[in-house]
Design a protein around this ligand. Structure first.
Ligand SMILES: [Zn+2]
Ligand SMILES: [Zn+2]
Length: 186
């Protein structure tokens, strides 16, 4: 029996997503870079049209497309691993984007034996790590940018919750402190 011979509804997908999350978790805990923070939630959305999955760093949440995975459950493990990698990098203090570090971690997915989603892989593009790191002094949300801002940004996450504009401040040494370099990827 293979995953793509079955038809899954939202509840089945939720169970399956939890299963793969637990299965992959040891690869994201106690690593040299650090650990994925506990409490990640996974939700399936019917409104996702253009993306199959989304990592929401500030919410520690993974959002997945019901429609896509009902049709393509065989690719669910790949996207869970992909979104866990985004969250893990963020939790470890790194730029959570599609950086060299991101793709290095994704090579571990091949060891799981599950299928790589070719639709997602086609769009893979290497991004340089953002070395300008802004932090909200209130909630510690971070933005990793490749250029310094010439204007202030406030944390929309805090504003939504508290109605107060908490401005983000530049902490561009954070990345340097972590591994002693400020390397940029080609
Ligand atoms: Zn991604
Ligand atoms: Zn904030």
């Amino acid at each position: 029996m293979t995953l793509n011979s079955l038809k899954f509804d939202k509840e089945d997908l939720e169970l399956l997503a939890d299963y793969f999350y637990e299965l992959f978790l040891p690869r994201f805990v106690g690593q040299p870079e650090g650990s994925l923070r506990a409490g990640t939630t996974i939700e399936f959305s019917r409104r996702m049209k253009h993306k199959v999955g989304l990592a929401m760093m500030f919410e520690n949440k993974i959002r997945l497309s019901v429609n896509y995975f009902a049709e393509n459950p065989q690719f669910l493990p790949y996207t869970i691993f992909h979104e866990m990698t985004h969250l893990w990098l963020y939790h470890c203090g790194f730029d959570p984007g599609h950086t060299r570090r991101f793709y290095k971690k994704m090579t571990e997915f091949e060891q799981t034996g599950y299928q790589i989603d070719p639709e997602v892989h086609v769009h893979s593009r290497l991004a340089a790590e953002g070395t300008y790191v802004y932090i909200c002094g209130n909630c510690e949300n971070r933005w990793h940018l490749r250029e310094a801002l010439d204007h202030s940004i406030y944390c929309a996450f805090c504003y939504k919750k508290e109605g107060i504009e908490h401005y983000a401040t530049l902490k561009d040494t954070l990345f340097n402190l972590r591994d002693g370099t400020s390397e940029k990827c080609a």
